[in-house]
Design a binder for this molecule. Structure first.
Ligand SMILES: *Cc1c(COP(=O)(O)O)cnc(C)c1O
Length: 417
């Protein structure tokens, strides 16, 4: 028996855990020649497809030169090239790049930057505002700014208190905006939000004008606006970043997942000059005291530089547009089916809810669906009773059709046995 304790896995249920040998494009293969279509991009990270030749070559080349380097007080070419390119492709006010190694740590860094800013300029602001149903990661700080639920109940005594703004559901947008306005008047430090779509919260979509309005409210009150683009970044929502669709320029932005095309763990937190400026001093007490051993690992940075070359040189936007259109067509075939509710799509992400008497995250439906899809040669992982498809942009039309055929067939399962 394997000694591995897997993440988000209830070993007591004895689910089989397939052993994957290799991957290419949108497909995963085991050593026996079975294959699965990776319809959730290996948990939202793989953008251009597995083992993209340019990214693999960049990694190979970098391993010949420099594997790892202390990043406090030292630097290297892949990090410099990546940071310069990130500043170039993001809006002008975002001028500084802080490296870390996962989405959760990029969020921790964002929160620490925000509080460090207020502390260093001598204003007592420390409260964080969040949106209902949000997810920002699984470390203690990231959990604190995320939705409380069954998946973090044991640790709630450790989580810090936050102000929660209601999700701007259709028809309730003004309620959410008014709540943000009122909360901002009490001088919080920052508002952190997943732009346009809440991922782990169930692929909940809200309109760009609401995001723009929320950003304007924060600006009026001097509240730092943190965009967590860990999932939404790198084309998922139809544009390179979700904020682009709303014309929103955040004060701080978190990027990870697709930053390396999904090949290596890496994250960045970008910020506006005043946040950096507040830490810039001859006084060492104002230093931004945050690091992890693998900060800006050169091999991961080389993979990210290759990702940016792909964005520059390949028709990435055209692939995203084509995938978005195909997703819309598949989703429309199920729209009106009495067994589903809330069909929705944003860019390349499509989702729907299975009508079920006993929904919620612990619904027995999700594990049965996952097993069903696995047998159909498809990797899908519904969130409770919400099924979503978020494939790599290289997925072939027949592969995408296989995914949606499996979803259609799964609707014949008894939703609440
Ligand atoms: C996945 C995710 C995170 C956490 O990223 P990890 O790399 O898993 O730590 C944070 N925020 C959002 C919006 C995410 O989807």
């Amino acid at each position: 028996m394997s000694p591995i304790w897997h993440p988000f896995t209830q070993h007591g249920l004895g689910e089989p855990i397939p052993l994957i040998d290799r991957a290419e494009g949108a497909r995963l293969y085991d050593a026996q020649g079975n294959s699965w279509i990776d319809a959730i991009s290996s948990w939202w990270v793989t953008t251009h497809g597995h083992a993209h030749p340019r990214i693999m070559a960049a990694i190979r080349e970098q391993t010949e030169k420099l594997d790892q380097l202390i990043f406090a007080g030292w630097t290297h070419e892949p990090a410099e090239a990546l940071a310069a390119e990130l500043v170039r492709i993001t809006p002008d006010p975002l001028t500084r790049v802080f490296f870390s190694d996962s989405g959760s740590t990029s969020v921790e860094v964002a929160l620490k930057m925000a509080l460090g800013y207020w502390f260093n300029i001598g204003e007592a602001r420390s409260r964080i505002l969040v949106m209902e149903h949000s997810y920002h990661g699984d470390t203690i700080g990231a959990m604190s700014v995320g939705e409380r639920g069954v998946y973090n109940r044991a640790w709630q005594p450790l989580l810090f208190d936050v102000g929660t703004i209601p999700f701007p559901a259709e028809g309730r947008e003004q309620v959410a905006l008014d709540a943000l306005e009122a909360a901002c008047a009490e001088k919080p430090a920052a508002f952190i939000v997943e732009p346009l779509i809440l991922g782990a919260g169930g692929m909940l979509i809200y309109p760009a004008w609401v995001l723009a309005e929320m950003r304007a409210i924060c600006a009026r009150h001097g509240v730092l606006f943190i965009a967590d683009e860990v999932m939404t970044g790198w084309g998922r929502t139809g544009t390179r970043f979700a904020c682009d669709q709303a014309g929103v320029i955040p004060d701080i932005v978190c990027l990870s997942k697709g930053l390396t095309g999904g090949a290596m763990p890496l994250a960045v937190t970008l910020c506006i000059e005043p946040v950096f400026e507040a830490h810039y001093s001859t006084d060492r007490a104002k230093t931004f005291y945050h690091s992890s051993s693998y900060t800006a690992n050169p091999i991961a940075c080389a993979a990210a530089v290759a990702n940016l070359v792909i964005w520059r040189d390949e028709p990435v936007q055209a692939r995203i547009d084509a995938l978005a259109e195909a997703q819309a067509a598949h989703l429309s075939l199920l729209t009106g089916d009495a067994r589903i509710a809330n069909p929705r799509r944003l860019g390349t992400i499509a989702a729907l809810d299975v009508r079920v008497r006993d929904g919620g995250y612990l619904s027995t439906l999700a594990p049965r669906l996952i097993a069903f899809y696995r047998e159909q040669g498809v990797l899908l992982r519904p969130l409770g009773n919400s099924i979503y498809v978020m494939p790599p942009y290289c997925i072939a039309p027949d592969e995408l059709a296989q995914v949606w055929n499996a979803i259609a067939a799964s609707l014949d399962l008894d939703p609440s046995p």
